[in-house]
Design a protein around this ligand. Structure first.
Ligand SMILES: Nc1ncnc2c1ncn2[C@@H]1O[C@H](COP(=O)(O)OP(=O)(O)OP(=O)(O)O)[C@@H](O)[C@H]1O
Length: 611
């Protein structure tokens, strides 16, 4: 491991802290933003920690994911001088004591905005979308009327609130906080008094209203100050700030080191992005690595804007050929990045499951839970049941007992088998898993879950039991009527499937696989990266990589495509420690090659063409 190198940007940040000036650190990929952030946090502790503790004040560090919260807490030694939290929990902690102001924000800002948004979607006709929007607008109006009588507001872990019951959701937190920062001087003053130092990690993913709000809290000379750490080019969440800056008195610092990528990857990053020119500054100095784009002629889609199954197979075969040509077969340090999950599901073998959780019965939260491996119907299967089957297949009885002891109510210390001897317990468990294996092989997911619930082999949530015990929905699904119950249709379809695709899905969610989505690799780094671009297969109007990379050949991207696409490409390219390969399917490979050369993105020996 390299020694930590002190950078000019870190010194500039330290000077800001000494002079009590707000700042924004703009730092490209692999530049060590987390180190800079932790350095800044430590420097405040060193200089002013004692004073802050005496005043009962804290240093706020707002970051984007729960995982990042844990990482930073560890690096700070769990010191309670710091309040390290995600944005939502930070904001809720500040606003929860402002109950009547929350009501005011909902009445004057949030609910009216939601009503206007739904009305705009209602053209007065009888389409499902119009009816749906009309119903939602009416629902919000009712909520608006009920708000004066709600006596307490709570934050519930859901996208939207249930306002008449005093429940507010994730999106409301952002909107209410934006309002309070803007309209309530007391809220701003108290936030600044509690937190003379506020640091924001991944600032590009923080919402615009929150950046403006924190800039108001920290306006003027001296404390409180806000320090942003981020990279506008790595914003991949819509609605967030993207570009961010300190309040007017603050300064912007650029960090130009790259401690991660090989020299050839850095050259590509610098050609792709002009605002920050990086150089290799750590162990990577002099590590040449390699960058190769292979341009492949895309087939004309057999279906309207979509490839047929046979075409997808042919595209995957071309990927395999390229991997063989590069000598990357049988390596376990190559990660392949796709825009959408379909290709991954196809390659790994969970197409039907993916289709179900991507389809009309899956709400956004069901799909998110599917990707995170946390869906309530799938979790017992991937966490307990499939590991039991794996242990059974290799006759690992010790592992079987271990899983059951941890996960199964029947084998818990106070469970029905508690008083048995160890020998009897082992025999019982092996007999049960033997039966389970038969259900797994021949039954449906419903059979497997029923068996496990019946034998108390899994901890089943109430919701899971409800799905298993209710009658299957017989009606044909109608979005206008059944939208709130669509989870029933999803569950019925899943319970009727067999278990064939579960092993592949289980392996996908462990993140231990060689496949990922391009969105899923933010913050990660891997020795060898293959990025696959195929606009037809992705069939997603939000992105067009052919237009981003070769607008002269494929046509200019829309503003949205340009913004989203180049950021996602930048994130993908910059994950590579050594070698980067891009497999680029496009209609006219030769013209694309010429254009890539003309734009100086690549040299001639970095481009391969394949039919
Ligand atoms: N000051 C430093 N000196 C030496 N190595 C460093 C320094 N800072 C970071 N590194 C190393 O550089 C690599 C990249 O750091 P890190 O992942 O924090 O960058 P990042 O800015 O968060 O990147 P990205 O935004 O692309 O995810 C890591 O391997 C880290 O250990």
């Amino acid at each position: 491991m390299t020694l930590k190198i002190e950078t000019a940007a870190d010194l500039a940040v330290r000077e800001c802290l000494e002079k009590h000036r707000s700042f924004a650190l703009i730092a490209g990929a692999g530049s060590g933003k987390t180190s800079s952030l932790v350095d800044a946090l430590e420097s405040v502790r060193q200089r002013e920690g004692r004073q802050l503790r005496q005043n009962g004040q804290h240093v706020a560090c707002i970051t984007f994911t729960k995982r990042a919260v844990e990482v930073i807490k560890v690096r700070l030694g769990f010191d309670d001088l710091y309040r390290v939290s995600t944005l939502h929990s930070f904001l809720w902690e500040q606003m929860s004591r402002f109950q009547s102001d929350i009501r005011e924000a909902l009445i004057t800002r949030r609910l009216p905005a939601l009503i206007v948004r739904e009305r705009a979607k209602d053209n007065g006709g009888n389409s499902r979308a119009a009816i749906d929007a009309r119903n939602k607008a009416a629902q919000y109006e009712k909520n608006l009327e009920a708000l004066p009588t709600v006596d307490h507001f709570r934050y519930r872990d859901a996208k939207f609130g249930d306002y008449a019951k005093g429940q507010i959701g994730h999106d409301d937190i952002i909107e209410i906080a934006t309002y309070l920062f803007e309209a309530n001087a007391t809220f701003r003053r108290i936030t600044g008094l509690r937190f003379p130092y506020i640091f924001v990690d991944e600032a590009q993913d923080t919402f615009e209203g929150i950046v403006s709000g924190l800039n108001l809290v920290c306006a003027g000379e001296g404390l409180p100050l806000v320090g942003y750490f981020g990279d506008p080019w790595q914003q991949i969440y819509d609605g967030s700030a993207g570009s961010f800056g300190p309040p007017p008195e603050g300064i912007t610092v650029s960090k130009t080191e790259n401690f991660r990528c090989s020299e050839s990857v850095i050259r590509l990053l610098n050609a792709f992005r002009e605002d920050v020119q990086q150089y290799a500054a750590g162990d990577n100095k002099g590590r040449e690595g390699s960058v190769i784009f292979r341009i492949v002629k895309a087939e004309k889609p057999d279906l309207p804007r979509k490839y047929s199954e046979a075409q997808i197979e042919r595209a995957l075969a071309k990927m395999d050929t390229a991997i063989t040509d590069w000598g990357w077969n049988d390596r376990n340090d190559v990660v392949k990045l796709f825009l959408v999950r379909q290709m991954i599901a196809r390659r790994m073998g969970f197409v039907e499951l993916n289709r179900l959780f991507n389809g009309q019965f899956a709400s956004a939260s069901a799909e998110d839970a599917f990707v995170a491996g946390e869906h309530l119907l799938l979790l017992p299967l991937t966490k307990t049941i499939y590991p039991l089957i794996l242990a059974y297949e290799v006759k690992d009885s010790r592992r079987i007992i271990e899983i059951l002891r941890n996960d199964s109510p029947a084998f818990a210390i106070d469970g029905v088998n508690a008083s048995r001897t160890l020998k009897a317990m082992i025999e019982t468990s092996l007999a049960l898993v033997d039966q389970l294996a038969t259900h797994w092989k021949t039954g449906t997911i419903r059979d497997v879950l029923n068996f496990c619930v019946d034998k108390q082999m899994i901890r089943a949530s109430d919701k899971l039991c409800q799905h298993l015990h209710r009658e299957a929905r017989e009606e044909t699904y109608d979005e206008a009527i059944h939208v709130l119950d669509k989870g029933d249709w999803l569950a019925d379809a899943l319970l009727g499937m067999n278990t064939v695709e579960l092993p592949a899905y289980a392996s996908f969610i462990t993140n231990n696989t060689a496949y990922s989505t391009q969105h899923g690799v933010k913050g990660e780094e891997y020795p060898k990266i293959l990025v696959v671009y195929d606009d037809v297969e992705a069939n997603w109007t939000n992105y067009s990589f052919a237009r981003i990379l070769t607008p002269g050949t494929a046509g200019e991207p829309t503003d949205g495509q340009r913004e989203r696409g180049r950021k996602l490409a930048y994130v993908s390219f910059s994950r590579a420690l050594e070698d980067l390969r891009v497999l680029f399917f496009t209609a006219n490979p030769e013209a694309a090659r010429k254009e890539l050369l003309a734009t100086n993105l690549l040299k001639a020996d970095q481009i391969q063409i394949s039919e």
